[in-house]
Every structure is written in structure tokens, then in C-alpha cells.
Design a protein around this ligand. Structure first.
Ligand code: NAD
Length: 415
């Protein structure tokens, strides 16, 4: 199939590389020339296991010129949908990408399908994207098809997730549109659900609402366990054996971050308020999460006075396996440490360059030097942190790194 992917970020680049590996002819469009140049050179601009290897094996046409996508059978829109100040989803990039695709449709002779793969609030594809695409003078359902296919990849495992998805959700305008995506995924063993466009949009946001709620709930249990002297991980093990609950995603710690969960929950809350419904549970989920990372700093203060101290941070990325620091817990922690008068020295195997753009004023060093600090906070559970020497140190652990228990003073955030 001739497929164009709009947006070369975590979602678009992984899709482009994997689809090329599966034998499709791919044109990858982005407005960021530097990023395109890197990809054209076979180097991934993001840290994602397996991606460099695929990029070195396949041929992906990269361009910032939308005219080059005129021959596509399928156009996947994968641009970012960040949060506005008020929490509502910003649809600015989706709108711009749809306008550029619309210009391409105007001149297009053959039928093609435009699929929104960005996460969007329910109603976006039908109320914003389709009207813009129809400004081409072409008629939806007759001259071109539309789908909304949410992406469920997890950063750090994105290539694996793309090749082995948990499910494929095809929100389709009509059967003809959906058939194009169904054909694309015919080799995939996962369940395929064909549904309405709005339902697909909601499945993505509802999935993230459940994940966020689960994390905040186990963190609330963890905060209670800490105060009661109970090991919350043993509690989670016992709870997770109930097959209605399950054992995954029950690790209490410093809460969720990253480019998706926080902003998607905010967007769903904002959309809900627009329709006059106050989403009370989701608001509490976010509120608890907002305070969770800072509990580490409160625990630290019971052992060390911040003013004049040097505090080490192990892990900056919002989770292991990625260099993504968007909305990560380390941001709040470092801000609080600097506000308290501490100096900060940090290490992360992949995310230091991205974090340095946000905090050029702190120190960056290798893990051994970070461990020389007056106290150390473990913020991301990179596997290599299990192999450090913590003897004699003061460690506040947000991620349950077993080896860190050898520290002279050890405190877990929820245990
Ligand atoms: P990203 O910020 O990493 O990448 C977006 C890319 O789109 C950037 O390279 C940007 O330059 C490009 N872009 C912006 N406007 C453009 C335009 N008009 N034409 C061409 N390119 C344009 O974003 P991401 O993390 O890949 O996320 C993309 C979408 O997928 C978001 O809606 C996000 O919520 C969703 N999503 C992300 C993940 C994830 O783990 N990152 C998982 C599931 C869903």
C-alpha cells in the first residue's frame, strides 16, 4: 500500500518504520527539517528500542512537502495534540495538518482514506477534520474515506507494541473506509473492533482514564500503607490475584507522567465540562497524581535540610526505556529542590539532553558521581539502578529499586 504518515514523532515515526518493514511504500511528512534530515540519515531522533535498527534496514521517503503525498492510498495523521493552559486539548496541529491534506485531496484523482491516529477528544474527527477535508471540493464517503484509529503504544516498547498490538480499533466513517485499514492489519493476531469514529476516539481516552485511575488508586493505598507500616507491594500482590483486578499496573510510586496520560485526562475533563458533566473521579485522579512526586521531597526533608545540600537524582525520563521528559515527575521534584535552596546533580541513561533543555542550571553527571551527593532520589526505574552501590548513602526511592535498600538510610515513597 502507498501510505503517507503525517508527523514524525513517537507515533508517526514508529508507524512509518514498522509499516516500511512490513513492505509498504512510506512517505513521512514533518515540518521539522532537522528531524527529517536525521531520519533520512537512518538515525532515530527519539530513543526507542529497535527503531534505529529498522531505520537502517528500510527505505522511508522523508519530506516537508505535502505535494509528495498525492499518490497515497492511505494518509495517517499522527501530529501532536498537547494541552492548552486551560487543560483542553489543543487541536492546532491537527487542524493545520488537515488543511494541508485537504489541498492534496483537491488535486487527487483516486480514492484514498485519511485516518486520524493522534489522540483527539470525541467529536474532533467528525466536527473538525472532515469539514476541513471537504473544503477540497471532494465529498467524504464518495471521493475519500475517513477513519479514526487510536494508537496504544507505550514509549520504551513502541516498536514491539506496534508489531504486537493489544487490539486494533477502527473507527470508520463507512465500510469502505474501514476496509482499507482492515486490509492493512490483516496479518495482525490481535482483536479488531470496527466501530464508529466517536467511539474509537472515546476508547482511547477511556483507556487512559482507567490507567490513570488505577495508578492514583494504588498510590492512595500506598500512601496509607506507608503511614500504617504495611508493605504496599505485598498488598498489591494479594489484591492482584483477584482476576477481576489483575496484577498489572499496581506498582505504587511517584505517579504517572509523560506525554499522554496527564494531558489526555485533562482533555477528557475539559471535554466533559463542555457538555455539562463534572467528572469527579478523574479530577481526584489528577489531583492525587499532581502531589505524589512531591512526597519524595517531603520524605527527604525528614532526613536532610535542603538549603545548601546537593541532592542527586537517578532517573529523569517519565519511565524507563524512553528519553521523553514531557510532564515527568522529575520536573516537579527538581523545581521543589531548587526552591528549597538545594543544588541538584542528575543522571539518566537516555533523557539528560532533553532534561537539560528544561533545566540548564543543574548539574549532570554519571551515576557514581550522583551517588556522592548528600542524598539521592530514585525517580525512574531504569534497570541499571539495580546494579549501583548504595552502601552508606541516604536514598529516597520512588520506584522500588531493591538494591537501594542497602543504603544507610532508605525510604520508599509508599513503603
Ligand atoms: P510528537 O510531539 O512526538 O510528534 C508530533 C510530530 O508532528 C512532530 O514531529 C511535529 O513536528 C509534527 N508536526 C506538527 N505539525 C505538523 C504538520 N502540520 N505537518 C507535519 N508534521 C507536523 O507527538 P507523539 O508523541 O508522536 O504523539 C502524537 C499523537 O499521538 C498525540 O495525539 C499523542 O497524544 C498520541 N499518542 C502518543 C503516544 C506516545 O506514547 N507518544 C501514544 C499514543 C498516542
Amino acid at each position: 500500500m502507498r501510505i503517507s504518515v503525517i508527523g514524525a514523532g513517537y507515533v508517526g515515526l514508529v508507524a512509518a518504520a514498522c509499516l516500511a518493514k512490513l513492505g509498504h511504500a512510506i512517505t513521512l511528512v514533518d515540518i521539522d527539517e532537522a528531524k527529517l534530515k536525521q531520519i533520512a540519515g537512518g538515525i532515530s531522533p527519539i530513543h526507542e528500542p529497535g527503531l534505529d535498527e529498522i531505520l537502517s534496514q528500510v527505505s522511508v521517503e522523508t519530506t516537508s512537502d505535502y505535494e509528495r503525498i498525492g499518490g497515497s492510498d492511505l494518509i495517517l495523521i499522527c501530529v501532536g495534540t498537547p494541552c492548552n493552559q486551560d487543560g483542553a486539548m489543543s487541536l492546532e496541529y491537527i487542524e493545520k495538518a488537515a488543511r494541508q491534506v485537504s489541498r492534496v485531496l483537491r488535486l487527487k484523482a483516486n480514492y484514498c482514506v485519511v485516518a486520524v491516529r493522534s489522540t483527539v477528544v470525541p467529536g474532533t474527527t467528525e466536527e473538525l477534520v472532515i469539514p476541513i477535508l471537504e473544503q477540497s471540493g471532494k465529498k467524504v464517503g464518495r471521493d475519500f474515506g475517513v477513519c479514526m484509529e487510536p494508537e496504544f503504544l507505550q514509549e520504551g516498547k513502541a516498536v514491539y507494541n506496534y508489531m504486537n498490538p493489544s487490539r486494533i480499533i477502527i473507527g470508520q466513517l463507512d465500510e469502505r473506509s474501514g476496509d482499507v485499514l482492515a486490509e492493512l492489519y490483516k496479518h495482525v493476531k490481535a482483536p479488531v473492533i470496527r466501530t464508529s469514529i466517536r467511539t474509537a476516539e472515546m476508547i482511547k481516552l477511556a483507556s487512559n482514564a482507567f490507567l490513570g485511575a488505577r495508578i492514583s488508586l494504588i498510590n492512595e493505598i500506598g500512601n496509607m500503607c506507608k503511614a500504617l507500616g504495611i508493605d504496599t507491594y505485598e498488598v498489591a500482590k494479594g489484591v492482584g490475584l483477584d482476576d477481576r483486578i489483575g496484577s498489572k499496573f499496581l506498582n505504587s510510586g511517584i505517579g504517572f507522567g509523560g506525554s499522554c496520560l496527564p494531558k489526555d485526562l485533562r482533555a477528557l475533563i475539559a471535554r466533559s465540562r463542555q457538555i455539562g458533566y463534572e467528572p469527579e473521579i478523574l479530577e481526584r485522579v489528577l489531583k492525587l497524581n499532581d502531589g505524589q512526586a512531591l512526597r519524595m521531597v517531603e520524605l527527604l526533608k525528614t532526613h536532610v535540610s535542603l538549603k545548601g545540600a546537593t541532592i542527586g537524582i537517578l532517573g529523569l525520563a517519565f519511565k524507563p526505556g524512553t528519553d521523553d521528559v514531557r510532564d515527568c515527575g522529575a520536573i516537579k521534584i527538581v523545581e521543589a529542590l531548587l526552591d528549597g535552596g538545594a543544588a541538584v546533580r542528575a543522571y539518566d541513561p537516555a533523557a539528560m539532553d532533553n532534561f537539560r533543555k528544561l533545566f540548564p542550571q543543574i548539574g549532570y553527571a554519571g551515576p557514581d558521581e550522583v551517588l556522592e551527593s548528600d542524598a539521592v532520589l530514585i525517580v525512574t526505574e531504569w534497570e541499571e539502578f539495580e546494579h549501583l552501590d548504595y552502601t552508606g548513602k541516604i536514598v529516597i526511592d520512588g520506584r522500588r529499586v531493591s538494591k537501594a535498600r542497602e543504603a544507610r538510610i532508605y525510604e520508599g515513597v509508599c513503603w
